[in-house]
Design a protein around this ligand. Structure first.
Ligand SMILES: Cc1cc2nc3c(=O)[nH]c(=O)nc-3n(C[C@H](O)[C@H](O)[C@H](O)COP(=O)(O)OP(=O)(O)OC[C@H]3O[C@@H](n4cnc5c(N)ncnc54)[C@H](O)[C@@H]3O)c2cc1C
Length: 367
């Protein structure tokens, strides 16, 4: 039985572990943390991620704990719509904890080794921090934006950051599946619905990497005059639920492997969060590998994975970076960007979104 060693147990590592195990490989996921703990709060999982989750067999478990997204809206801070679209295929908000639980259950915790830091990584051999070495047929690197195999491409600070949180039960009307982002000048809020009328929300602003992150009181103050749903989400949040973040990203990748090591998730395509697609693309990586691995020889896996995934991964990295101009960057660009979103014919934005939200038929395209 061929063996894959997977260096990291985040969303990408667990999902690709499932893909390899599903096609009969022996899988070892090595995670440096002592526990699989979700970093962050919640995620939007768009229709393409739902298709990928269906392929790797976790869709029903994740949707059981998620809340459907039925529409997305971009609006100004005074609530005037810039772009609004119905999402007719299945999409959802999920807590990261719930997604990771479903992935871990499907993978089997016996395939995951915790407290296991990898120090060196090579084509079919890894070395652990304690000096132990392990060999395998294929090394997969889902080690995130600072993954060992991605050392040649340095992440850079994107110029904005902030705080995000999961709220308790919020007062006020239910959002009925609306995923909304409100854009001010150099700042924005996002508000998303979770089961039991809880909210996932974020506050992002343009700031230097050294600026202290806003407190709950500062978020409350910043939300004055913005749509009511923002204040309601903040009011239902405890101070200790705030999670600070600073956005870093890498340029579009030139390949999705480094010297024969397969890269998946942020290790392959670390993007800004503006399209909510980072984890969705990690799930697509896994769905693609699930059909590539049993259908080509070992030597051809990396090339086939690149052929099937590279163009689409690059597009998401590029477009996620451009989407920052809705609320960050030079003011004139922000104005032009919003005007363009308002005036581009609906048929064009629909087609664009449909392309992003449709997972390619990877099985049909494998050679
Ligand atoms: C504010 C924000 C909002 C976002 N919102 C969304 C969203 O709504 N939808 C969406 O799809 N995406 C979203 N994303 C992106 C998403 O969070 C990431 O794309 C995703 O979490 C990446 O998962 P990963 O498994 O590739 O990497 P990571 O989560 O970084 O996991 C890497 C894992 O590898 C382990 N590791 C690394 N090096 C080693 C080593 N040497 N030895 C052993 N273990 C190692 C780490 O400990 C870690 O567990 C958002 C990101 C941000 C910052």
């Amino acid at each position: 039985m061929p063996k894959a060693i997977i260096v990291g147990g985040g969303i990408a590592g667990l999902a690709s572990g499932i893909a390899f195990a599903d096609v009969g490989w022996d899988v070892a996921v090595l995670e440096r943390a002592p526990r699989i703990e979700p970093l962050g709060a919640a995620l939007s999982l768009w229709p393409n991620a739902c298709a990928a989750m269906s392929s790797i067999g976790v869709l029903s478990a994740v949707s059981a704990g998620g809340a459907p997204i039925t529409a997305m809206q971009l609006a100004t801070r005074d609530g005037k719509t810039i772009l609004q679209r119905t999402i007719s295929d299945q999409a959802m908000m999920s807590t990261r904890a719930s997604l990771q639980d479903a992935l871990l259950t499907a993978l089997g915790s016996e395939r995951v080794r915790l407290d296991c830091k990898v120090d060196h990584i090579a084509n079919n051999r890894i070395e652990l921090a304690g000096g132990e070495t392990m060999t395998c047929d294929l090394v997969v690197d889902p080690g995130g934006i600072r993954a060992l195999s991605g050392a040649k491409s340095i992440p850079s600070y994107a110029g904005y950051g902030g705080v995000l949180a999961l709220s308790g039960k919020a007062d006020g009307v239910e959002l009925k599946g609306l995923a909304a982002e409100y854009w001010g000048r150099d700042e924005r809020f996002g508000v998303f619905e979770l089961p039991e009328n809880r909210r996932y929300w974020f506050y992002m602003r343009s700031q230097s990497a050294e600026t202290a992150m806003p407190s709950l009181a500062m978020c409350r103050k910043a939300a004055e005059g913005w749509p009511e749903s923002v204040a309601q989400a903040i009011a239902a949040t405890r101070e200790d639920a705030l999670i600070p973040f600073a956005i870093h990203a890498k340029p579009p990748p030139k390949a999705l492997n480094a010297d024969g090591i397969l890269q998946v998730g942020d290790a392959a395509h670390a993007m800004e969060p503006n399209l909510g697609q980072g984890a969705c693309q990690a799930l697509e990586d896994a769905a693609a590998l699930q059909v590539i691995v049993p259908n080509v020889t070992l030597e051809k896996i990396a090339a086939e994975y690149d052929r099937m995934r590279l163009k689409r991964a690059k597009m998401f990295v590029r477009e996620s970076a451009q989407a920052r101009y809705g609320a960050h960057g030079p003011k004139t660009i922000q104005t032009i960007f919003r005007a363009a979103l308002r005036t581009i014919p609906t048929s064009i934005t629909e087609r664009r979104m449909q392309g992003m939200h449709t997972m390619p038929d990877y099985l049909a395209s494998v050679r």
